[in-house]
Design a protein around this ligand. Structure first.
Ligand code: GDP
Length: 459
């Protein structure tokens, strides 16, 4: 199946400086050679060289495009196969014409989404966790999420998992010797040995799992809603956050009403803002209190940014709203500190004891650092740093780590309740298999299909 040559446009569709077509497989060089006129013969060109020339239609002889062609001979390429990349002028027509010509050549077909990365995986250049990280890299919405993904592409998490597996396999070997030659060993000693080996493994997995919730937040963003009465400064706050960080808006079709998700970052922390459409509208239609409008979003949010105008006394609506927020993760923003204050912070703390209080003047661009600090303290233990930290952020990896840990705990329990060693061996083997699934060692075809189908075309 992997013997054929695949091609796809690897840059985003639309107008741009350049566009790139990637061709990978045994016939990659031959295919492009048939369409490409240049000084040197690319079939004998050294790997990792770039060639200037033109793409021609081999049938009509018509000149189609002026291009740069890059040759990368396997295994030193993204897919570990021969790869040729054609850079054309940006623009939908030009790149499409060249792709069509490439696809007309014998033995070449359009790549499926994620197929280039899949080949890198199948050819053993990267493991499954690394392939998944490639996707995270593309989708990352904040600097920190990006740097976590980059480390994972680099194989940092994979190396850790491999080390864990190595310890588990040594333990398995030890147990197997004991099963095969029971007379050579005392069962009690083996039980002790199993425990000694399992405890540090369990501890290490626990440590990794602790990073999971933070990793997930950095990857997916904190689901956040901005609420408050009209004119307190909600849209101004949204605009200030969006301006500093270039908001990313994504449409998710398929729901009755398209949900708009907007990402902003406060410091390095990505926030996934819910229901910002209402905030963008001018609020003068009716005296709509944000509470009504955002009721649904309020339930869904992990973080509530409640904006108050501290130059006015508390409104009854605001008191009611605050009382309904008990136990939630709330930051109360006392906005407009450039005006004389009328709010009593103590009353706010009485109404929502769990809330963090931040004084801001959005108008005068004051208080953003305090806001960042408040959010960081609510969601992260200790210092938020990614420099030397391995985060687990992928839900699949988290689930498998939990299962592996459970099996090791079962093994330890079993040694204490006198369960026969060949049963304990099954638990240890399960832990080994689960860890392997993270790397894709024992992953089934359907799982692999599912993972790569989430990729974009051309990656
Ligand atoms: P929303 O209805 O809650 O979205 O409020 P807006 O963001 O539309 O702001 C309402 C008014 O308050 C606008 O005229 C803003 O310029 C003003 N405003 C926002 N933040 C501040 C602030 O920090 N200080 C002062 N003095 N005015 C502000």
């Amino acid at each position: 199946m992997l013997q054929d040559t695949i091609a796809a446009i690897s840059t985003a569709v639309g107008e741009g400086g350049i566009a790139l077509i990637r061709v990978s497989g045994p016939d990659a060089v031959k295919t492009v050679h048939q369409l490409f006129r240049t000084k040197a013969d690319i079939r004998t060109a050294p790997s990792h060289t770039v060639h200037y020339g033109h793409i021609f239609d081999p049938r009509s002889g018509e000149k189609i495009e002026e291009v740069l062609v890059t040759i990368m001979i396997g295994p030193r390429s993204f897919t570990a196969e021969d790869v040729v990349e054609i850079s054309t002028h940006g623009g939908v027509i030009s790149v499409k014409k060249v792709l069509d010509l490439v696809l007309q050549q014998e033995g070449v077909r359009l790549a499926e989404p994620g197929e280039f990365t899949r080949r890198a995986f199948v050819n053993g250049r990267i493991d499954l966790a690394q392939a998944e990280a490639v996707m995270d890299l593309i989708r990352s919405k904040s600097d920190k999420a990006f740097s976590i993904a980059l480390k994972q592409v680099d194989g940092k998490l994979s190396r850790l998992i491999r080390e864990l597996r190595q310890t588990v396999i040594e333990l398995l070997a030890h147990i197997e010797v004991n099963i095969d030659y029971p007379e050579h060993d005392v069962e009690e000693m083996t039980n002790l040995y199993i425990k000694e080996q399992c405890f540090p493994l369990i501890e290490e997995i626990q440590r990794l799992l602790k990073t999971a919730s933070e990793g997930k937040i950095l990857r997916e963003g904190i689901t956040t809603v901005i609420v408050g009465r009209p004119n307190v400064g909600k849209s101004s706050l949204l605009n200030a956050l969006a301006q500093d960080n270039r908001a990313i808006v994504t449409d998710i079709p398929g729901t009755t009403r398209d949900v708009i998700e907007e990402f902003v970052t406060v410091g390095g922390i990505p926030l996934k803002l819910l229901d910002t459409a209402g905030l963008r509208e001018t609020a003068d239609v009716v005296e709509r209190i944000g509470v009504e409008r955002s009721r649904g979003a309020l339930q869904e949010a992990d973080l509530i940014l409640l904006v108050l105008n501290q130059a006015e006394p508390l409104h009854e609506d605001e008191r009611e709203l605050m009382e309904s927020l008990h136990g939630r993760q709330v930051v109360v923003i006392m906005n407009k500190t450039d005006l004389p204050g009328q709010l009593d912070p103590e009353e706010i703390s009485r109404l929502v004891p769990s809330a963090a209080l931040v004084k801001m003047s959005v108008l005068q661009e004051q208080g953003q650092e305090q806001l960042e600090k408040a959010i960081s303290e609510l969601f992260f233990s200790g210092q938020l740093e990614t420099t030397d930290h391995t985060y687990v952020s992928n839900a699949r990896h988290i689930a498998l780590l939990k299962q592996a840990m459970q099996s090791l705990e079962d093994a330890v329990d079993a040694t204490e309740s006198g369960i026969p060693i060949d049963i304990i061996q099954i638990d240890v083997r399960t832990a080994w298999e689960r860890l392997g699934e993270i790397l894709g060692d024992s992953a089934g075809d359907s799982l692999i299909d599912q993972i790569f189908s989430q990729f974009c075309l051309g990656k």
